[in-house]
Design a protein around this ligand. Structure first.
Ligand code: CUK
Ligand code: CUA
Length: 676
């Protein structure tokens, strides 16, 4: 039961009313007014049958009209293929950043800049087949860029699990700038995770397959199938991933899961879970067990320990092969050059998280009620102990003994998945099966932060609704977490909201972690995608543009476009059957408003929104040609139309921008061939 208070509502309401009445000296003048209000508040509390917990939840998360949130939460949109930006902790949805999936609200993927970015993410033509135009994504893990291990508010990265892609979002305009397709793998999952100065964006494959997208029969699984970890080099100057300076490390064909970069003590290293170390590859129609049985046969899987700094050295000496032109450090080299080590972990783990000081790697096995804490120092000692103390897997990868690498195991409950950290030496782990959050204490250097609490011990379990996947604490992935609140990203909502048909929303629950006990504050349904993961940053660290810096701004180059139409030079230029249109948009007209072309013409169409007023965004939609742009103040976009369909097509502004918005329209007249 959530509200087991059983209090008498009226008497509580009176108390709550008094609570609402500020008694401090600052407010003395307003006391009489507040007294009236507090009576009204007490009445509402009684009428709505609110409990003390409800009132605290409301008071902690509610932002009064006109007041803004102190934090922003960047959440993945799962199958929606986008990023959602929430005001936190009020949980007001502020922005949807389209990434892998076309989005008509944002005009993404209907002719303009979104098309260009989406095209980059297509699977290129190869000897295995034609180009695949991928028009959706399964966005899992957003990662804010960091400087010295702390979010710097400049970029956001996000992966697409379905097709092995990574995208870059620029936080000056909150828009996606780049999608890179992994050249050697079709899917991913341990992604995106970044190194503490955002030099590398980590992308790890999930379901083993032949590298490079080749064909190999399943019976050749052990020889021909592989996993891998890609290190995308991020260039802060260009704001782009630089494929030329990126590389991958080949892994055995285990199914790699969550990956994470080391921090502070473990900088220069990366870690990654795996499952199906059994290398089970099925055959259910011939009576073999399903994957869920076959892949979980062994008692242990392997935590992958990757010496990234060493891998970079090896990459720079040129000790790699190329697959589809992309540098890959072969498994043999990764073993010989001490890039890759394993240590056992209880079977079918999921979460892999590094404590803020970098000294502990937390691994949670879905089928084990414990969290396992690995010590980075112990891992180093086990590596230093040398080959005579190691075992090796079938491929020759050193296996460090678990009893040497592990530091603590804490029983927290059923189905532990993901862990986050606060600023007081505590960790929080989601319990998928228990439907709860476990709060537990870190040991080591963290002990002095909570001297009265036993280290490595369970402190509290708070029920959530229901089946939490990830969770996020403010700054929870950084070297210096903020704490204060966490949000549980619950997969099921069952009975929490009005029924709106058989497709249920997720439930995101905000929890207060500022006191000794966790406290549930609010529920927020989410129906536009499945948020797998989120990161929360102080709004003060974000420096977003209110309008584009100059008129004629190209959001891809983040500079003025030399082809941008400017006020006074609007025109229509024809060369044979090629027509180029230079158009401006301002409240409440386009110039030109009449565009006449001939059937079969190739049109290149530029539009600039010449507004300098914040919020004065215009749309631009052309009937019959699937064109839909969103033009923010200053922005220029370019699109192409092959005018193969004759007729009269209106174009118009899709944003209600002014009193004469309906007049913000024009005609595209396409004269049929016969009448030319
Ligand atoms: S995953 Cu979805 S709940 Cu992709 Cu990090 Cu665990
Ligand atoms: Cu511009 Cu409506």
């Amino acid at each position: 039961m959530r509200f087991a208070t059983g209090c008498k509502l009226v008497s509580f309401a009176t108390v709550a009313g008094m609570l609402l009445l500020p008694g401090c000296a600052r407010h003395k003048t307003g006391t009489a007014a507040y007294a009236g209000e507090s009576n009204a508040a007490a009445k509402v509390i009684a009428q709505r049958k609110l409990t003390p917990a409800d009132v605290v939840g409301a008071l902690k998360t509610f932002e009064p009209p006109g007041r803004r949130d102190k934090y922003l939460m960047f959440a993945s949109g799962g199958q929606g293929g986008q990023v959602l930006v929430w005001g936190f902790p009020s949980m007001r949805l502020l922005q949807e950043i389209p990434v892998f999936t076309p989005d008509s609200m944002a005009g993404w993927g209907y002719g303009g800049v979104g098309d260009q970015v989406l095209r980059e993410g297509y699977i290129p033509a190869s000897k295995m087949g034609p180009r695949q135009r991928i028009r959706w994504g399964d966005a899992h893990h957003p990662a804010l860029s960091e400087t010295h291990g702390v979010y710097d508010g400049k970029w956001l990265f996000i992966n697409d699990k379905a097709d092995g892609r990574v995208a870059v979002v620029d936080l000056r305009d909150f828009a996606c700038k780049q999608i890179v397709k992994n050249p050697i793998f079709y899917n991913d999952h341990g992604s995106t995770f970044i190194t503490p100065n955002t030099r590398y964006v980590i992308e790890t494959s999930q379901y083993s397959a032949p590298l490079g997208g080749a064909y190999a029969p399943l019976r050749g699984y052990k020889q021909d199938y592989r996993g891998e970890m890609t290190f995308w080099r991020f260039d802060r100057k260009t704001g782009r991933i630089d494929s030329k300076r990126s590389f991958a490390v080949e892994f055995p064909p285990y199914w790699q899961d969550l990956a994470v970069s080391g921090k502070l003590a473990s900088r220069g290293w990366a870690f990654c879970n795996s499952f199906n170390v059994a290398m089970y590859h099925g055959n259910d129609m011939n009576g073999a067990p399903s994957f869920e049985a076959g892949a979980t046969r062994r008692d242990t899987d392997y935590l992958h320990i990757i010496h990234l700094a060493q891998a970079i050295k090896v990459f720079k000496t040129g000790s790699f092969k190329r697959i589809n032109g992309f540098p890959v450090i072969p498994l043999k080299t990764a073993i010989a050059d001490h890039i890759l080590f394993f240590t056992p972990e209880t079977k079918s783990p999921h979460g892999c998280d590094v404590a803020p000081d970098g000294r502990y790697i937390i691994v949670n096995g879905k089928l084990d009620p414990h969290v396992s804490v690995y010590s980075f120092k112990n891992i180093q000692a086990a590596i230093a102990a040398g080959p005579t103390t190691w075992r090796h897997d079938a491929y020759g990868v050193p296996i460090l003994p678990m009893r040497k690498t592990i530091k603590a195991r804490i029983e927290v409950g059923l189905g532990p998945l993901h862990t986050q950290f606060d600023n007081k030496g505590f960790a929080y782990t989601t319990l998928f099966i228990d439907s709860a959050i476990a709060k537990w204490s870190l040991g080591g250097a963290y002990e002095k932060m909570h001297p009265d609490v036993k280290p490595w011990s369970l402190i509290q379990k708070l029920p959530v609704n229901y089946n939490p996947g990830h969770l996020a604490v403010i700054g929870g992935d950084t070297e210096h977490p903020t704490g204060q609140y966490l949000v549980a990203l619950n997969k099921w909502s069952i009975d929490r909201f009005d029924c709106v048909g058989p497709l249920y929303p997720e439930d995101m629950q905000v929890i207060d972690i500022s006191g000794p006990k966790m406290r549930l504050l609010s529920d927020t349904p989410l129906c536009v995608g499945e948020t797998h993961y989120a990161q929360i940053i102080a709004y003060s660290k974000i420096h977003a543009w209110r309008v584009y810096p100059k008129v004629g701004w190209n959001p891809l180059t983040q500079s003025v476009d030399p082809n941008a139409p400017m006020p006074g030079n609007e025109r229509i230029v024809r060369h044979g059957n090629k027509v180029e249109i230079f158009m401006t948009a301002v409240r409440s007209h386009y110039t030109p408003e009449i565009v006449k072309v001939n059937q079969g013409d190739q049109i290149t169409w530029h539009v600039t929104n010449i507004e300098r007023t914040p919020n004065a965004t215009h749309g631009f939609a052309v009937s019959g040609y699937n064109i839909n742009l969103t033009l923010n103040p200053g922005e220029t976009e370019t699109f192409h139309i092959h005018a193969d369909h004759a007729g009269v097509f209106s174009f118009y502004c899709t944003k209600f921008c002014s009193a004469l918005h309906l007049e913000m329209t024009g005609y595209l007249v396409v004269k049929p061939r016969a009448t030319h």
